[in-house]
Design a protein around this ligand. Sequence first.
Ligand code: ADP
Ligand code: MG
Length: 259
Amino acid sequence: MYTIAIANHKGGVGKTATTHVLGTVLAATTGRRVLLVDMDPQSSLTGACGVTDAAGASMTEVLGGALAGTLPLRRAIRHLDEGLALAPADLSLSGAELGLVSRMGRENVLRRALADLDGAYDLALIDCPPSLGLLTINALSAAQAVLIPTQAQIVDLRGLRLFLDTLEQVRQEINPTLETLGILLTFFDRRLTHHRDAMDTLLRTGQPVLEVQIGRSVKVAEAATIGETVVTYDPENPQTQAYQELAKVVDGWLRERHA
Ligand SMILES: Nc1ncnc2c1ncn2[C@@H]1O[C@H](COP(=O)(O)OP(=O)(O)O)[C@@H](O)[C@H]1O
Ligand SMILES: [Mg+2]
């Protein structure tokens, strides 16, 4: 199983939407068996997948806190669609994160839980919380690659610098082979000078910005409120096309790695 973390400690940059839509498109178009993993206590991914009753069988019970988890990951997983499943979260995950602080091997708890799945999935996409705490570190430790959504504004780029430094530390201390799949510009509008400037700045400083960007459409947010993605909710929407392009880029990345 190949594992991609979708991460950025900034909130509202499209991590959850990217995880949900990308995972759904990859499952539908590439035949891969995709597992979405919700590592955010705010559990927006779980909500967007239409799951409302995760309490008691969620990532909290899988990861545990100060003590080891009590539920094998496979028993927390919900089937969503052909080739698509979800490991849900709920608010209690924030308590689990606090407990993890005192746990031996605390950075590797998710990696060990995923290893238990034993060939049932081809791809795991991990939706990270908007922080640099142990839940995000666990995701970066478990992943082979990280996809970094960011808005194209100067304040976001400053935050991005901090995130990229953290990635470097994770590589040095925990996961030396972690690759950067790319930086994904979200809420991107090519007509806005400051968006183009931010993109140019990233490219000029040699950052791995993906050639595809996601623009803003209210249909992306609307779809999530009814457990759908923009791809089925509004097939003709330009953002449907953008997410399909993103899925092609990620599919290419995976093929190059025989995943
Ligand atoms: N391309 C988009 N166009 C419009 N709204 C979006 C888009 N992507 C995400 N949203 C909405 O913006 C908000 C933040 O996105 P979200 O994916 O939850 O970000 P994060 O997970 O980084 O906090 C959510 O309400 C979401 O539905
Ligand atoms: Mg989110």
